[in-house]
Ligand binder design. Structure first.
Ligand SMILES: [Ca+2]
Length: 449
């Protein structure tokens, strides 16, 4: 099987711009390396790299972003720079402040010198556990996928013990020479089946500054919104034009995908209020397609209807490995003027690692049943080369979920929809209890809480 790309070691330093005329841009211009040309054509053939919601009708800033990008990319030499990580609007700024000679130097410098990139991904590594680390072939392929990115939201990390995911990141660092670290969520779920969210990040250039689990209500009352509460983290980034942003990770329950994707709107509002920030990416396995969310469901999903949210992975993208499915389960939804202009045009897509690496179907399935979805952020032409201090140890504890005071508000006593007792085996009434018993369950709730 083929190994993609060149050594990550070559990607550490921004592309330098020479010449005294370059003082207006600080002398440092990071450029994007074409690490794997296969990635540009990966995923659904012909799928939009920057997907549009609602029949491709875009509005506001995001629409401007798409149109601007397409116009700019067709403009001769500037497309080379844009292709190497600079925003079209950044190029306009450079063009306005630089002489023709120095602009040419930027172009030449970016084409031939060391380069960098800033890619964000979401990857459901299907039931990730020790077995995928001890299988060297699978582990190495996961590493080949992860090394493409500076920041990854991982879903379906199974074990309460973090040994497997930490050893994966250690092997990732050994393979790349980079300094990745990881921020690990609580073990989330309503039953013995639980998962963790993990953020893996190049901690020398991007780091989480604060984080929390979204408080979605009372689990024991059955009035909460999520089986696995969204894990919210704010990141500070050195090499991108956008210096601070928030990621919200989610893996919805397939059975409750409509209500959970709708409730992501509440989680998004909460993150805005908690951190007073608008630039947010919601990313993960939304289960937002095929039988779990159908076209008739979209009108009642606020996250989809809100005009200030841009669904960057379109409905026609296939994020599933199986040859029997063509579903856009995995999504990235962007909001905030800064974030919408920070996404490099045409970079949001699924990464079909089977095609890119030339894998057999069996080996592909051994890695995951999902492809990652990814995008690229525009680089900062004034990046000075500064680095964050890296930690000698791996693994940052993301803390525990919190729960509000429990009461019976909102509990549906007349149907079996939702939960009764949070699937807890030690709770007096759980979901399998007969609906007739729900009234007494409510009394039990009170005493239990
Ligand atoms: Ca919950």
């Amino acid at each position: 099987m083929g190994k993609p790309g060149s050594s990550r070691d070559q990607r550490r330093h921004p592309c330098r711009v020479g010449g005294p005329e370059d003082s207006s841009i600080g002398g440092g211009s990071p450029c994007r390396e074409e690490m794997n040309s296969g990635s540009r054509t990966a995923g659904e053939p012909g799928a939009p790299l920057l997907g549009l919601p609602r029949d491709g009708v875009s509005s506001g800033l995001a629409g401007h972003l798409v149109l601007e990008g397409r116009q700019q990319i067709s403009r001769g030499s500037s497309s080379s720079l844009q292709e190497r990580g600079l925003c079209p609007w950044t190029l306009e700024k450079l063009r306005a402040t630089m002489t023709a000679t120095s602009f040419l130097l930027v172009l030449i410098g970016c084409l031939f010198q060391e380069s960098s990139t800033f890619k964000i991904a979401s990857f459901n590594i299907q039931r990730f556990s020790e077995s995928k680390v001890t299988d060297v072939g699978v582990r190495n392929l996961i590493i080949q996928i992860l090394r493409r990115y500076e920041l990854i939201s991982v879903q379906e990390v199974m074990s309460s013990d973090d040994t497997a995911i930490i050893s994966l990141v250690r092997e990732l660092n050994n393979a790349t020479g980079s300094h990745y670290n990881l921020l690990i969520s609580d073990h989330l779920g309503r039953s013995s089946y639980r998962e963790k969210y993990v953020y893996i990040y190049r901690e020398d250039i991007v780091k989480p500054t604060r984080w929390y689990h979204y408080d979605d209500g009372c689990e024991n009352c059955g009035t909460d919104s999520f089986i696995r509460e969204p894990f919210v983290a704010q990141f500070q980034s050195l090499t991108t034009e956008l210096k601070s942003f928030v990621l919200i990770s989610i893996h919805t329950s397939p059975d409750y995908a409509v209500s959970e994707v709708d409730a992501l709107f509440d989680a998004w509002e909460d993150a805005q209020q908690q951190y007073l920030i608008e630039d947010i990416l919601i990313l993960g396995d939304f289960n937002a397609d095929c039988s779990y969310i159908t076209s008739k469901d979209w009108p009642r999903i606020r996250l989809r209807q809100a005009e200030n949210h841009q669904w960057l992975i379109g409905d026609n993208v296939d994020t599933t490995v199986s040859t029997n499915t063509h579903c856009a389960y995995d999504r990235i939804v962007a909001s905030g003027a800064g974030m919408l202009t920070a996404v490099l045009p045409h970079t949001a897509t699924a990464f079909n690692f089977q095609d890119a690496f030339g894998l057999s179907y069996e080996m592909t399935k051994a890695i995951s049943d999902h492809y990652p979805v990814e995008l690229e952020l525009c680089l900062d032409p004034e990046y000075s080369g500064e680095r964050f201090r890296t930690s000698p140890s791996l693994g940052v504890d993301g803390g525990r979920t919190t729960s509000v005071d429990c009461d019976c508000t909102g509990v549906n006593l007349t149907s079996c929809r939702g939960r009764c007792g949070a699937y807890s085996s030690d709770f007096p009434c759980h979901c399998n209890a007969s609906c007739r018993k729900y009234s007494s369950c409510c009394l039990d709730y009170t005493s239990y809480c």
